[in-house]
Design a protein around this ligand. Structure first.
Ligand SMILES: C[S@@+](CC[C@H](N)C(=O)[O-])C[C@H]1O[C@@H](n2cnc3c(N)ncnc32)[C@H](O)[C@@H]1O
Length: 220
């Protein structure tokens, strides 16, 4: 087994959040990241509609479904299978496909969550570009799927592309805040951004996807 896989396995076996997830019936340790973000930011409450992008295996959707009960609903999408979760509409699709918008049935979400992660190549520039493309896609989706004044939570990776995402978020949201839940491993450069006060009509601006690629209009 390669050294990196051994390190991952050792960390996984000794990770307290992996153990807690098993004990509490969550499908992933990631559930604790959303629990901690919500504990601090108070985003989820009964009656809300939540869209969960990149939801497999379903830890965030489990948390969201518990929090929006009664009266709320969760629409979860991933290219991978997600086993059924009570109170969650599960879609197997790319989040940019029309099926997600169709599943909302004309009622936009109060909260869009994005824990989307690309397949990582290990090459920093390539991974940053892949991650930015997903994040920009998620931000564009807010234009179609998020209510005015809604909240967007997006996973981000610190690096060159991060400032570009932040600029796009600040164009469209009244308040943008970076959070690092303790369940997010300390050594990883992963952080989350909580953006509140969505305004689809804010001024648009160009955003470069990667240092070498052409620019792409963010087009909600
Ligand atoms: C870190 S995992 C999400 C974990 C999840 N939040 C949980 O709590 O169980 C990231 C997910 O993003 C998904 N993903 C990546 N690109 C996607 C795309 N274009 N459309 C939908 N899902 C995508 C991956 O398949 C993966 O399951």
């Amino acid at each position: 087994m390669p050294k990196s896989s051994k390190q991952w396995l050792r960390r996984h076996v000794t990770d307290p959040y992996v153990r807690k997830a098993k004990e509490q019936g969550y499908r992933s340790r990631a559930a604790f990241k959303l629990l901690q973000i919500d504990e601090k930011e108070k985003l989820l409450r009964p009656g809300l509609t939540v869209v969960d992008l990149g939801a497999a295996p379903g830890g965030w959707s489990q948390v969201a479904a518990q929090k929006v009960k009664p009266g709320g609903r969760v629409v979860a999408v991933d290219v991978l299978d997600i086993a059924p979760i009570s109170g969650v509409t599960v879609l197997k699709a790319d989040f940019r496909e029309e099926s997600l918008i169709a599943a909302l049935k004309g009622a936009p979400a109060d909260v869009v969550l994005s824990d989307l992660s690309p397949n990582l190549s290990g090459i920093a520039n390539v991974d940053q570009a892949r991650w930015l493309e997903l994040s920009v896609g998620a931000l564009e989706l807010c234009g179609k799927a998020l209510k005015p004044d809604g909240v967007f939570v997006v996973k981000a990776f610190q690096g060159e592309a991060f400032e570009r995402l932040m600029a796009g978020l600040k164009e469209r949201f009244g308040k943008v805040k970076i959070v690092k839940p303790t369940a997010s491993r300390g050594e990883s450069n992963e952080i989350y951004v909580v953006a509140r006060g969505f305004c689809a009509l804010r001024k648009r601006r160009n955003m470069t996807l990667s240092p070498s690629s052409s620019s792409k209009e963010l087009n909600p």
